[in-house]
Design a protein around this ligand. Structure first.
Ligand SMILES: [Zn+2]
Length: 138
């Protein structure tokens, strides 16, 4: 049986810069020069004011768990060894919401409003932004 490879993001014109920064260990979002709002996911126009004047800014890398779920059954064979894993909605300090995983935490310690920080995990040839409780040191 062939090795099962995890699916990874396929960058497009709007998200290429985002994924390239992730591979450098930097979390970035867009910022609208016209209305001042941060924007995530990457796109060509501000969803609030339709301006095309979006610039990239590096994030603080911290956020709060808005909600989460624990997957005890894998979403596909490539994720079988990860179970149980946590899929969460993270409200970044910049005011945007990002879906990601919570890692480096005991399941019983994870809760809504938990403060988390970004950590990058290598999956294949890319680094994906995931989040861990603030204060974890290895
Ligand atoms: Zn705007």
């Amino acid at each position: 049986m062939a090795d099962i490879v995890k699916p990874v993001p396929i960058p497009d014109g709007d998200s290429m810069y985002f994924w390239e920064r992730c591979n450098e260990g930097k979390l970035v979002v867009q910022h609208c020069a016209d209305c001042g709002r941060h924007v995530y996911y990457p796109r060509a126009y501000c969803p609030r004011c339709m301006s095309g004047e979006l610039e990239w800014v590096e994030c603080l890398g911290r956020g709060t768990v808005y909600s989460y779920t624990v997957a005890y059954r894998p979403s596909g064979p490539a994720f079988a060894d990860d179970c149980p894993y946590v899929v969460a909605l993270i409200d970044l300090a910049e005011g945007v919401r990002m879906m990601s995983n919570i890692v480096n935490a005991k399941l019983e310690d994870i809760h809504c409003d938990m403060q988390v920080e970004v950590v990058f995990k290598e999956v294949g040839e890319v680094k994906l932004p995931m989040f861990q409780p603030i204060g974890i040191r290895f």
